[in-house]
Design a binder for this molecule. Structure first.
Ligand SMILES: [Mg+2]
Length: 303
């Protein structure tokens, strides 16, 4: 008996490769008699992936496969949770900065991905929640996310994570902007002038593979990293430490883990959070960890 698959794909992400990748993956499985049904839902606009995921009949399919960039995956996760759907989920990212896929060692070629589906391991994983929005990877604000908005997406596609670096370095002379942040978590209050803030489910953020070095996607807590206000001359050395994950004992950062983090700013300027690379809510917010809500398909050798 073959698998019944529901595939939600953003055909425009990853330089139009999504359709070709899906065809290759399916033909690999079909030739081995491993698929009896595959329904492909292509998104045409924002919100489609969430709607498709929300309206999934979990009795009708074995697996749900999300194909696209971080935005598509985020919508699928939101749809599953909002719709009360609990079905094994496989993630095939074709966006630029695939932090979640990187963190979990997700296969990147159609045949490897097909092999994972035919010999799957299931892992319950957490996700972040802010109001009625969800994230699989990260909620962030400050310098890195400002840059992420400013870099044109075609440049991001061409350069990948390097785009963040180049823009960061270019912006150094003008970036005195910090956020007067108040963080309340587990009975403690922290007041800090923050250059950047990350609340993350995964180790890799913004292409920095070890930015959240202690993060575990199944441990029921999110990892919080605050980079404090620093002299412009200290930024490049600190970036170098962030890149290799050698920053947890730096006096320039605060790092802790919690399942409930309240964030507000003491400034009257609006501070917007970026959620999985998309514009999210403004402070104040409460970020919660939803423990092991998702049933993720991962490669067996990674289990
Ligand atoms: Mg965790």
């Amino acid at each position: 008996m073959g698998l019944k698959l529901k595939i939600i794909a953003n055909p425009s992400s990853g330089r139009e490769m999504a359709k070709i990748n899906i065809e290759d993956m399916l033909s690999y499985m079909v030739t081995q008699g491993k698929v009896t049904r595959a329904d492909i839902y292509y998104t045409a606009g924002q919100g489609d992936a969430k709607t498709f995921a929300m309206n999934t009949d979990q009795e009708e399919y074995d697996y749900l496969i999300a194909v696209g960039g971080d935005g598509t995956v985020n919508e699928v996760v939101s749809g599953l949770i909002t719709g009360g759907v609990d079905i094994p989920l496989a993630i095939y990212t074709s966006g630029t900065v695939n932090d979640f896929a990187t963190s979990i060692g997700m296969p990147t070629t159609p045949s490897d991905f097909a092999r994972m589906l035919m010999d799957p391991t299931f892992k319950r994983v957490d996700c972040g929640k802010i109001g009625d929005e969800y994230f699989l990877n990260v909620a962030a604000t400050g310098l890195m996310t400002d840059i992420s908005y400013k870099v044109p997406s075609d440049l991001k596609t061409a350069l990948g994570p390097a785009a963040y670096w180049i823009s960061a370095l270019k912006d150094i002379p003008t970036m005195g902007k910090t956020i007067p942040l108040t963080i309340k978590s587990d009975g403690k209050t922290i007041d800090v002038e923050a250059l950047m803030l990350f609340v993350s489910n995964t180790t890799s953020v913004g292409g920095f593979r070890k930015l959240m070095s202690l993060a575990d996607i199944s441990d029921g807590v999110l990892d919080v990293l605050v980079v404090k206000k620093i002299d412009p001359t200290d930024i490049v050395p600190l970036m170098a430490r962030l890149a290799v994950g050698d920053h947890l004992d730096s006096s320039k950062v605060i790092y802790f883990q919690s399942d409930n983090i309240y964030l507000e700013t003491r400034s009257n300027q609006e501070t917007v959070l970026d959620i999985d690379g998309e514009k999210g809510p403004s402070l104040p917010v409460t970020v919660e960890c939803i423990k092991q809500r998702l049933n993720l398909i991962i490669p067996t050798e990674e289990a």
